[in-house]
Design a binder for this molecule. Structure first.
Ligand code: ADP
Ligand code: ASP
Ligand code: MG
Length: 416
């Protein structure tokens, strides 16, 4: 008998029929003698619908109220799944995050999980119940409902698996594993049987939304055995087959792994670029520009500071597109005059494409191949950033798909 956490995403929970299929699958695992905790997302489109309603009332809605609203999608899907399980003849109970308790900090709309109480869940499991726990949400020390950022149910599931010391966390989704790049953008994308934790962390942090980055961080920190697999297969498929399907995240590079230099291409479509022109090049200037941005809870990504000329320099960085206006307003109203910057300009329509692979450590020429491929397609690179196992470029949004496909081909990711 094993303790398994299942996570089902929006598409997997997208209709009554799909929820019934999830119940059939969970029932199959229970009948095989396993203990199962299920973490569902809201039904597909529901979180967008709820946030859309809020934005209609106030485009600058209060984040606490946004969480109050957005968290309800998961409460509905959890209750529906518990009902479907009961109908399948499985004893089941659903809980919202605050009932478990899933403790988070108070960073509304992007809260972090601080701890999960396991007593209630363990008692239910030991009584033979399937336990359904809402994804995406928790409760802060003051009792406010919080959400974990878009795609946060992945993190709820892996954190739950870590807290319960589960044997495995299965992330059921609408694709049958982690691919060399988003299969919806590149039809030659190939499914990976395994991916190293480090590569998955990079892919997720660079925009591959198949797993939320924080879920991968949890998996790494607590060594949670995590597998990404399809929820759209026959729910009654043989268990031994299902247990081997999808993509396993591994914690060491073993000899059976593909010895590829590049394992995948990730991209983040909705980025924006901001340039602060004509600032004095003196100690503390980066802090004076980026400090207030960070204090406003805006993630800054690629950063470039130009060579200074006559003691004056330019400073460029990217932020998520959703935070572009907020960052621009902040810089223009609160920072510009303070640091005596000449001008602040921006481009809200840029994207970032990255090639990722641990093999890059021991291979030269990856960057030049990437730049050559983009130049052959006539794509202008706006910014470049590198680490040991990834190279990212920022480019005009309109070239995103072209860049992904060209790089996928150039690095022969379509071939085994
Ligand atoms: P869920 O609702 O199950 O959480 P998501 O939409 O959040 O599903 O994530 C799954 C989607 O991630 C896929 O439909 C696919 O379009 C996208 N995706 C992006 N990059 C990858 C990748 N490298 N491999 C697989 N899927 C990817
Ligand atoms: N329902 C939430 C979202 O749409 C969480 C998730 O799907 O993981 O972002
Ligand atoms: Mg998701």
């Amino acid at each position: 008998m094993a303790l398994i956490v299942h996570k089902y995403g929006g598409t997997s929970m997208g209709s009554v029929e799909r929820i019934q299929n999830v119940a059939k699958r969970v029932a199959k695992w229970m009948r095989a003698g396993h203990q199962v905790v299920v973490v569902p997302s809201a039904m597909s489109g529901e979180t967008n619908r709820l946030l859309g309603l809020a934005k209609e009332i106030n485009s600058q809605a209060n984040p606490r109220e946004l969480d109050q609203i957005a968290s309800t999608g998961e409460q509905v899907s959890s209750g529906l799944l518990a009902l479907a399980l009961l109908k399948e003849g499985v004893d089941a109970i659903s809980y919202a995050g605050w009932q478990v308790t899933i403790h988070t900090d108070s960073a509304f709309t992007k809260a972090r999980i601080m701890g999960i109480d396991d007593q209630k869940i363990l008692a239910d499991l030991n009584a033979g119940r399937a336990v359904v726990v809402t994804g995406f949400q928790g409760v802060d020390p003051q009792g406010n409902i919080t959400t974990l950022g878009r795609g946060g149910s992945d993190t709820s599931a892996v954190a739950m698996a870590a807290a319960l010391k589960a044997d495995e966390c299965l992330i059921y989704t609408d694709v049958d594993g982690v691919y060399t790049t988003d299969p919806r953008v590149c039809e030659d994308a190939r499914r990976l049987d395994r991916i190293t934790f480090e590569e998955m962390l990079e892919m997720a942090s660079l925009g591959s939304k198949v797993l939320q980055i924080r879920s991968v961080e949890f998996a790494g920190k607590y060594k949670v055995k995590t597998r990404v697999l399809s929820s759209l297969t026959d729910p009654l498929m043989p268990l031994d087959q299902e247990m081997k399907s999808g993509t396993l995240i591994t914690f060491e590079e073993d000899s059976t792994m593909e010895a590829a230099v590049i394992s995948g291409i990730a991209f983040a479509r909705d980025e924006a670029k901001i340039t602060v022109l004509g600032v004095p090049d003196r100690p503390g200037i980066a802090y004076q520009i980026l400090g207030p941005v960070a204090d406003a809870n805006i993630d800054v990504d690629v950063i470039i500071q130009n060579q200074s000329v006559d003691g004056i320099t330019d400073f460029t960085f990217t932020v998520p597109r959703a935070d572009y206006q907020k960052a621009m307003d902040l810089l223009k109203n609160k920072v510009q005059s303070h640091i005596q910057a000449k001008e602040i300009t921006g481009d809200p329509k840029v994207s970032k494409v990255s090639v990722v692979g641990v093999g890059m450590r021991s291979h030269v020429g990856v960057a030049s191949k990437m730049f050559r491929t983009l130049s052959e397609e006539g794509i202008n690179i706006l910014m470049i950033s590198t680490s040991e196992i990834k190279i990212s470029v920022v480019l005009d949004e309109k070239y995103l798909e072209l860049a992904v496909r060209a790089l996928h081909k150039a690095f022969e990711l379509d071939q085994q």
